[in-house]
Design a protein around this ligand. Structure first.
Ligand code: NAD
Length: 287
């Protein structure tokens, strides 16, 4: 590996070139972009995509080492500046500390990507109150904290900005296998649309991104309610294989996120199955 080059493990897709890359560089060059869940999967790919566009990137994750590693690679890829921050998005006090630090040391965030999330499978009655709390704390409250704290800073500055929240195709697809996860993501979708309406007059766009199956670590770490540890491992493996077979790379979701900000879209279904579910949705969210 040549010094300064990006390790092959950091990407599975070639760097985007051509007109769209130029548009990204023009729009995001020098902008302060904060991405949560940036140590892995979609968040990491999104941090890298903004880095390629020459943004200043804050990579946030509860995995501090992973966030630092993403920041280091973002610097090699082309970020104007990059920092890693260890923060649990579900921890209100920790998020307040992060928001104060970012504003004081790096500036007001231009683009916020609330992406950190955890998976949870299991029927409604297999899902304990503790399981519900865990998944809502991270997937919903993490987004609420991010929007409240960084959104208030954006609005206070009065120069616009953009917020992206990672929802899921599960948000508009009722499923007996994922009641807690789907509920958390449906809430993120609605929250995004409500906030979009509220911030429209202030030049702040809000986008909910809804991926279907994306090939990331979420399957390997997802919890399965109501089964023992051995069965949980088996199901995680099975899910990883399924997502692997579908093989939709997180880099494509990252590209959809940058494009959604560029074009100020409200709801963006990403994978083919997510687009299908979006079209069939009883809720028919506006695109
Ligand atoms: P991933 O597991 O690869 O990455 C998630 C990252 O979030 C990890 O680095 C993890 O450490 C971090 N994280 C988890 N809880 C956190 C917390 N409390 N505070 C800070 N960081 C935390 O998974 P991914 O697939 O990249 O998931 C990213 C987002 O995309 C999630 O919101 C997920 O629900 C959503 N999503 C994923 C898929 C998919 O198929 N992979 C589909 C739809 C939506």
């Amino acid at each position: 590996e040549a010094p300064g080059s990006v390790p092959a493990t950091a990407r599975t897709e070639p760097v985007r070139k051509g007109r769209r890359a130029d548009a990204y560089a023009q729009r995001f060059g020098g902008q302060l972009v904060l991405v949560t869940g940036a140590a892995s999967g979609i968040g990491r790919a999104t941090a890298f995509a903004f880095a390629e566009a020459g943004a200043r990137v804050v990579a946030v994750d509860r995995d501090g080492e992973g966030a630092a590693r993403t920041a280091e690679l973002a610097g090699l890829i082309g970020a104007a500046e990059a920092w890693g921050e260890q923060t649990d998005v579900s921890d209100e006090a920790a998020m307040e500390k992060l928001a104060a630090k970012v504003a004081a040391e790096y500036g007001i965030v231009d683009v916020l990507v609330n992406n950190a999330g955890i998976g949870l499978s299991g029927s409604f009655f297999a899902t304990t109150p503790e399981d519900w709390k865990k998944v809502l704390d991270v997937n919903l409250w993490g987004v609420i904290h991010g929007c409240r704290l960084f959104g208030a800073q954006m609005a206070g500055r009065g120069q616009g900005g953009h917020i992206v929240n990672t929802a899921s195709a599960a948000a508009y697809q009722p499923s007996k296998a994922l009641p807690a996860y789907a509920t958390s993501k449906a809430a993120v979708l609605m929250l995004s649309e409500c906030l979009r309406a509220e911030l429209a007059g202030q030049g702040i766009g809000v986008t909910a991104v809804c991926p279907g199956f994306v090939n990331t670590d979420i399957t390997a770490t997802a919890r399965f309610a109501g089964v023992d540890a051995a069965e949980e491992k088996r199901r995680q493996k099975r899910a990883s294989r399924l997502y692997g077979l579908r093989n939709y790379p997180p880099e494509k979701v990252a590209d959809a996120i940058l494009h959604a900000v560029l074009t100020d879209r409200a709801v963006v279904p990403v994978t083919p199955e997510a687009r299908g579910a979006h079209l069939m949705s009883r809720f028919t969210p506006k695109a």
